[in-house]
Design a protein around this ligand. Structure first.
Ligand SMILES: CC(=O)SCCNC(=O)CCNC(=O)[C@H](O)C(C)(C)COP(=O)(O)OP(=O)(O)OC[C@H]1O[C@@H](n2cnc3c(N)ncnc32)[C@H](O)[C@@H]1OP(=O)(O)O
Length: 504
C-alpha cells in the first residue's frame, strides 16, 4: 500500500457528504416530486459534509428515474441549485448506474478535471401510483409527454419472450434462480430456504436503517410462504422476494478532493475514499447468454474488486450485494468465496429498504459511508442493472492508497469466459430439455401459465409454454424435492404459433 502522502492531495477523491430523504405523505397530493427529493437530498448531503460545497459542483450526475418525466431534469436541478456544472448528466436506465457515477466522479477528481462532484437519484413511484389509481392530479412540474420514455430491458427482448410474458426482470430472473440452484446441486426446497434466510438478513439491516421503507425483520418462512399479502408473482418468487418500487426516496453523495476537504475543514473521520472498481456487461437480449447458472461479467467485476482486497472477499468488512432478486447475491457471494452466513447488505435490500428503481445503490452508498465512518475498513458496493446485464463494483475505504486507476473495464475477462451461445429457434419440435423455467401467477394467486427455457435435440434454445390446464407438467416444474432442470419433454407447436412443452 502506497503512503497517501505520495499522491497529490488535490488528486485524491473523497466522499464527504451523504443525504437521504424518504417521503411518506399523509395525503397523496402532499407527495414530493422527484425534483424536490433530489434537491433536498443534495442539500442534506451538503449539511452532512458541514461545508458549503454545493455551489462549487462541477460534475453532476442524476440517476435515471421512471416515476415522472421531465425534459432535462439535470438542468432543472442545476438551475434550482444555482450552478452550471461543466459535466451535467442524466443517465440511462440501470441499477448499477449510481455506482458507475460515483466511480466516474472519483476518476474525474483523480484526473484533476473537477474538484467537487455530486451524484444523486430519486423516485416518487408510491405517490405517482397512488395518485394514478385514485385519479388524483398532482401539482408537480407538468409531466413531459413530449419526452420519449427511456428504454428499459424489455425493449431489447425477442418477440417470443414478450409473447410469453418473460421480458420483465421479475419474470426473467427466475431463469437464473432455477438454473443456478440446479447447478449447485440444490433441491428447490434448499434453494428456497437459502433465499429466505438471505432475504431475512436483508430485512434485519432494513430494520436498523432509519431511511428504509419496511423497517422490521421478516422471518425466512414469512418471506418464502405465499399468503394473500405475499402473493406468488413468478416462480419461485413471492412479493416479499422481489424489489419493491412503490416508494418515495431521494439520495445524494458529495465528493471532493482531499485537499479541498481539508481546506473546507471537513473532519477526517467523515472522509471515505473510493479505492477503485470495475465494470462489465452482457448483451441486453438475455436469450443471447451462454447459460444461466452464473454471470461472467458479474464474476469478472467481483474478482477485480477482490483483487483490490488482496484477492480475498473475506477482507471486506462491509458489503452491499445488489438484491433485486435472491439469485443475484446468491451467485455473488459464491464468487466472492463467502459462506451462506454472509452479511450481504449495509442498507436493507431492494425489497425491504425499498427499490427506488435505478437509484437503490445511491442509498447503499450512503449507508456504506455511514458504516465506514463508524469503523468498517474496507467496503464493497456491487450494483447491477437490467437482467443480470450491467455490473459495476466500487471498493471504498477508511484510508487512501495509490492513485485511482482510470482503465477499469473487465469486459475482456468476462468475454473470455463466455462459451458458445446456442442459436435461438421459434419453430421447433421433438424432445426439449429444460434449461430453466418459471411459472407466472395472476393477482389472485392463480397460475397464468408456465414457461420453460429449452434446449432442442440439435442443441438450439427455445422457450415453451405450459398451459395452466396442464397440471401434470406444472406439478413436475413445482416439485420442491427435485429440480426439473435437465428433464425431458415433448415440444409441439400450438395454433397461435407458440411452442408448448409437456413433461414425459
Ligand atoms: C436490475 C434491477 O433492479 S431489476 C428490478 C426491477 N424492479 C422490479 O422488477 C420490481 C418488481 N416488483 C414489482 O413489480 C412489484 O413489487 C409487484 C408487481 C410485485 C407488486 O407491486 P403492486 O402490484 O403495486 O403491489 P400491490 O398493489 O399488491 O401492493 C402495494 C403495496 O405493497 C407494497 N409492495 C409492493 N411491492 C412490494 C414488494 N416487492 N415487497 C414488499 N412490499 C411491496 C407497496 O409499497 C404498497 O404498500 P402501501 O400500500 O403500504 O403503499
Amino acid at each position: 500500500m502506497t503512503d497517501k502522502t505520495s499522491i497529490p492531495e488535490d488528486r485524491i477523491p473523497v466522499i464527504v457528504g451523504i443525504g437521504e430523504i424518504i417521503d411518506r405523505p399523509k395525503e397523496i397530493t402532499d407527495g414530493l416530486e422527484p425534483l424536490d427529493l433530489l434537491e433536498q437530498a443534495l442539500r442534506r448531503a451538503e449539511q452532512d459534509a458541514g461545508a458549503k460545497l454545493l455551489g462549487e459542483v462541477q460534475s453532476l450526475d442524476v440517476v435515471n428515474f421512471l416515476s415522472w418525466r421531465y425534459r432535462d431534469p439535470e438542468k432543472l436541478l442545476a438551475q434550482r441549485l444555482g450552478i452550471a456544472p461543466a459535466h451535467c448528466s442524466y443517465g440511462p436506465v440501470g441499477g448499477e448506474s449510481p455506482i458507475r457515477y460515483l466511480h466516474e466522479a472519483a476518476k474525474r477528481i483523480a484526473r484533476g478535471e473537477c474538484t467537487v462532484a455530486a451524484v444523486c437519484g430519486a423516485e416518487a413511484q408510491s405517490t405517482a401510483t397512488k395518485a394514478e389509481r385514485a385519479g388524483v392530479k398532482l401539482a408537480w412540474t407538468p409531466f413531459a409527454h413530449d419526452v420519449e420514455e427511456p428504454k428499459r430491458g424489455a425493449a431489447f427482448q425477442k418477440p417470443l419472450a414478450v409473447k410469453l410474458g418473460v421480458f420483465r426482470p421479475v419474470t426473467v430472473y427466475p431463469f437464473y434462480e432455477s438454473a443456478s440452484s440446479a447447478h449447485w446441486g440444490q433441491t428447490p426446497r434448499e434453494a428456497m430456504a437459502e433465499s429466505g434466510t438471505l432475504w431475512s438478513r436483508y430485512s434485519e439491516a432494513a430494520a436498523q436503517n432509519p431511511n428504509a421503507w419496511l423497517k422490521r425483520r421478516y422471518a425466512p418462512d414469512e418471506i418464502t410462504t405465499p399468503t394473500a399479502d405475499n402473493r406468488l408473482i413468478a416462480w419461485p418468487y413471492n412479493k416479499l422476494m422481489v424489489a419493491n418500487p412503490s416508494v418515495n426516496m431521494g439520495g445524494a453523495l458529495l465528493l471532493t478532493s482531499l485537499a479541498r476537504a481539508r481546506a473546507a475543514g471537513i473532519a477526517e473521520d467523515k472522509l471515505v475514499y473510493p479505492l477503485g472498481g470495475a465494470s462489465a456487461e452482457e448483451p441486453r437480449d438475455y436469450l443471447l447468454r451462454d447459460q444461466f447458472h452464473e454471470s461472467h461479467p458479474q464474476n469478472a467485476v467481483l474478482k477485480a474488486a477482490m483483487d483490490l482486497a488482496g484477492g480475498d472477499g473475506k477482507k471486506f468488512d462491509a458489503i452491499e450485494l445488489y438484491s433485486c432478486f435472491p439469485c443475484v447475491p446468491k451467485m455473488a457471494r459464491r464468487t466472492l468465496g463467502l459462506s451462506a452466513d454472509v452479511k450481504p447488505t449495509v442498507t436493507g435490500g431492494l425489497t425491504f429498504f425499498g427499490a427506488p428503481l435505478n437509484t437503490y445503490m445511491t442509498h447503499a452508498a450512503c449507508a456504506m459511508v455511514r458504516r465506514v465512518r463508524n469503523g468498517a475498513k474496507l467496503g464493497l458496493l456491487y450494483g447491477q442493472g437490467g437482467f443480470v446485464t450491467k455490473h459495476h463494483a466500487l471498493v471504498v475505504s477508511k484510508t487512501p492508497r495509490e492513485a485511482l486507476a482510470q482503465e477499469t473495464s473487465v469486459q475482456a475477462e468476462a468475454d473470455r469466459n463466455k462459451r458458445a451461445v446456442p442459436e435461438f429457434a421459434t419453430d421447433v419440435s421433438g424432445m426439449g430439455k429444460v434449461e430453466s423455467f418459471t411459472v407466472l401467477y395472476g393477482r389472485g394467486g392463480e397460475v397464468e401459465h408456465g414457461v420453460v427455457m429449452l434446449r432442442t435435440e440439435d442443441d438450439r434454445r427455445t422457450l415453451g409454454r405450459i398451459a395452466a390446464s396442464d397440471t401434470a407438467t406444472l406439478a413436475h416444474l413445482l416439485n420442491m424435492d427435485r429440480t426439473p432442470v435437465g428433464s425431458l419433454g415433448e415440444i409441439t407447436m400450438a395454433t397461435d404459433g407458440v411452442p408448448e412443452w409437456r413433461v414425459g
